[in-house]
Design a protein around this ligand. Structure first.
Ligand code: GDP
Length: 302
């Protein structure tokens, strides 16, 4: 249901394009398939998926003697879901430890919705009955620490922080020790996402990780990259840059409710091979959903 509502803009665009296409091409022929390919590619579905889909549609039309394009309408969506389920073997679930501390590192440039997503995540895990703590590792951006504290208050979780400008690795040291001592289940760590200086960012993140690993050797259990879906191809290039500087185990794709190009999720999975683990579908606390390919594709196209 959330997916349906959050993907409304994308679905409207896709459906009106399909309607236009069906009105323009009434007979199933090569011209129709080529026009369909264009619509799907412009929806950011990903080239390989589009080719696989239209090949299978050609086959379905042939063996069933379908000549009227409108009769293929349902099949387009059904096949799309089928292809995603068939090809999608990336882990969608988040690596939460059954016992002991789980550390989640959150990276991303300013403005993508990183702080909001951390707040939503904290809320989600708290509602599941976990003890959650936040670490204010973005000591660089003015206001970042306070913003995180506001979220901490809102969802009623502790925030470990130091003064602005302090060493983020020192904050991590405090946070991971405090989390251990208090028996915290999930520690979510904010970081400064300064892609302008990749060398610095790489050093900063690896230092943070080293400090965390002194206390919890197998941490971080997840490194989530937050991307803004409304920035389209820019989000893709940010993902590539972050992949260069650090390990990314999953993506949080925000503001899907604000774009008609919801197919970007599929493009990210196709091109980067990084699983989208959460999607942001609005500004409220519970507008963060665990990603699910089937719900997603149906929300997008059906
Ligand atoms: P940060 O600089 O990356 O920490 O970004 P913020 O968390 O401050 O978010 C920037 C803006 O995006 C805020 O106005 C948020 O309310 C908004 N935002 C974040 N996630 C979503 C989402 O999934 N949907 C919508 N519509 N807005 C979002």
């Amino acid at each position: 249901y959330k997916f349906k509502v959050g993907l409304e803009k994308s679905r409207e665009k896709f459906q009106s394009e399909i309607n236009e296409l069906m009105a323009r091409y009434r007979t199933v022929d090569e011209d129709f398939f080529e026009a369909l390919e264009e619509v799907l590619i412009s929806a950011d579905v990903g080239f390989n998926t589009v080719m696989e889909l239209t090949d299978e549609l050609r086959h379905v039309a042939k063996v069933n003697n379908i000549t009227d394009t409108s009769e293929l309408r349902e099949t387009i969506v059904e096949k799309m879901v089928e292809i995603y389920e068939r090809n999608d073997n990336l882990p969608e679930t988040v690596n939460i430890q059954e016992e002991g501390l789980t550390v989640i590192l959150v990276v991303g440039v300013n403005g993508v919705g990183k702080t909001t997503s951390i707040g939503k995540l904290a809320h989600k895990y708290k509602q599941e009955g976990k003890n959650v703590m936040l670490a204010a590792g973005d000591t660089f951006r003015a206001g970042a620490i306070n913003q995180l504290k506001v979220w901490g208050e809102r969802v009623d979780v502790d925030v470990i922080s130091q003064a602005e400008g302090s060493d983020p690795a020192a904050v991590m040291f405090d946070a991971v020790n405090a989390a251990k001592k208090r028996g915290t289940d999930i520690l979510i760590c904010d970081t400064a996402g300064r892609l302008q200086n990749k060398g610095n960012l790489m050093n900063e993140l690896s230092k943070m990780k080293k400090v965390i690993q002194k206390v919890v050797p197998e941490a971080p259990h997840e490194s989530l990259l937050v991307l803004d879906a409304t920035t389209g191809q820019n989000a893709l290039s940010q993902a590539k840059s972050f992949k260069d500087v650090t390990d990314v185990s999953g993506i949080v794709l925000t503001k899907l409710d604000g774009t008609a190009k919801g197919g970007i999720v599929l493009a990210i999975k196709n091109e980067l091979g990084i699983p989208v683990k959460f999607v942001g579908l609005g500004e409220q606390l519970d507008d963060l959903q665990e990603f699910n390919a089937e719900n997603y594709v149906y929300g997008l196209f059906a």
